[in-house]
Write a protein that binds this ligand. Structure first.
Ligand code: KG4
Ligand code: ZN
Length: 346
């Protein structure tokens, strides 16, 4: 194929990702993670992550080229996450991308991490529909977006007012004595538990969706309430000398979060008159979310697109996928002096 070969670089958090995409086809998705170095701190330590990116970048780049069977000189454009994310880790990827773009004499595209989480879907499910809603749930974000054009036109319908969904999973895992990052461990533990064992709160649903401030929170999320409720429940059980039923707590907590995410996303699709729902971000790897959102969307006549779990969590392929779309649509490249923007919005 003579479609342009696009290199994507992701360093917004703890994953060093390098992806290679040509014409909507994923050629390589190389990943190095510093997650184990952060485990004993129970969260990502920015300084440690930055140094890990520096050490991992070149080997990961080489691995991606080898996997794709291409040479670096074959690359036609370089895309990189320029925000949102950790200031110190973003700068490692952006610096590397600038150096590569200059060295290879190819255009540079600074891209939004959240838009990349949406764009990655094209690698598995083909071109995006004209209009879609996207439920983006990760360790840093929980947003409901309207995507009319992933390269130019995304609007925020709602977001979390406190914790991100992944953050709640990670904190609950900690309370239950499960390792960091907790999402996958809660997911696994929940499989042998009863999701109806304990009724945990569904934040900003029902009457709460119209907030005390009088604002409409139908498209917003709040996960600090459920997180605190789980912590209190576990604490009480321990105080009373009862064994904590880890599987039941995990399943009940997960059900509360996934119930809110899927019902709000599907309700927003109906209200907006949009019949495609994209789900992305690390929490989209959750098996119960995948099942429930699919079930509810299908019942409402909404088609769901969720990439395979490995493409939901942070990676370089998602950045390359968005870069490829920017090139394809003829969007202007970024200036070489692009800055990182840790608080970038869509
Ligand atoms: O998208 P991501 O890799 O990084 C951010 O941009 O934050 O998301 C990481 C988050 C973590 O909080 C992790 O616990 C959560 O995604 N996660 C999961 C699952 N796999 C990853 N949460 C629930 N269930 C999972 N299977
Ligand atoms: Zn992410």
């Amino acid at each position: 194929s003579d479609a342009p070969l696009v290199l994507g670089i992701e360093t917004s958090c703890d994953e060093t990702g390098v992806g290679l995409v040509r014409g909507g086809t994923l050629l390589a998705d190389a990943l190095a993670s510093s997650v184990e170095e952060h485990a004993r701190f129970g969260g990502v330590v920015p300084e440690v992550a930055s140094r890990a990116h520096l050490e991992a970048f070149l080997p990961t780049l080489e691995r991606a080229c080898r996997e794709a069977g291409v040479r670096l000189e074959d690359v036609d454009a370089v895309a990189v996450t320029s925000g949102p994310g950790l200031a110190g880790t973003l700068v490692v990827g952006v610096s590397a991308a600038k150096a590569l773009a200059v060295g290879l004499g190819v255009p540079l595209y600074g891209v939004n991490h959240l838009a990349a989480h949406v764009a990655v879907d094209t690698l598995e499910n083909g071109p995006l529909p004209g209009a879609a809603l996207a439920l983006l749930v990760s360790g840093g974000h929980s947003s409901l977006l309207r995507v009319d054009d992933v390269t130019a036109d995304i609007s925020v319908l709602g977001h979390t007012l406190d914790d991100a969904a992944g953050e709640a999973f990670d904190k609950v895992a900690r309370v239950l004595g499960l390792p960091f990052p907790g999402g996958p461990h809660v997911d696994r533990a929940a499989r042998s538990g009863d999701p109806a064992a304990i009724r945990f709160p569904r934040g900003l649903t029902g009457a709460q969706a119209v907030g005390r401030d009088g604002r409409d929170h139908h498209d917003d999320f709040s996960f600090s309430g459920v997180k605190t409720a789980v912590a209190r429940w576990v604490e009480k059980a321990r105080d009373e000398g009862r064994a904590v039923p880890v599987a039941d707590v995990a399943a009940s907590f997960q059900e509360a979060v996934v119930d809110v995410l899927s019902s709000k996303a599907v309700a927003a699709c109906r209200r907006e008159g949009v019949d495609h729902l994209l789900v992305g971000g690390g929490v989209a790897a959750n098996s119960r979310l995948r099942a429930l959102v699919t079930e509810r969307a299908e019942a409402a006549g909404v088609r769901v697109r969720i990439p395979r779990p490995g493409l939901c969590t942070d990676n370089g392929a998602m950045v390359a996928a968005l870069g490829a779309l920017l090139v394809e649509r003829g969007r202007a490249p970024s200036p070489l002096e692009i800055a990182t923007d840790p608080a970038m919005s869509v």
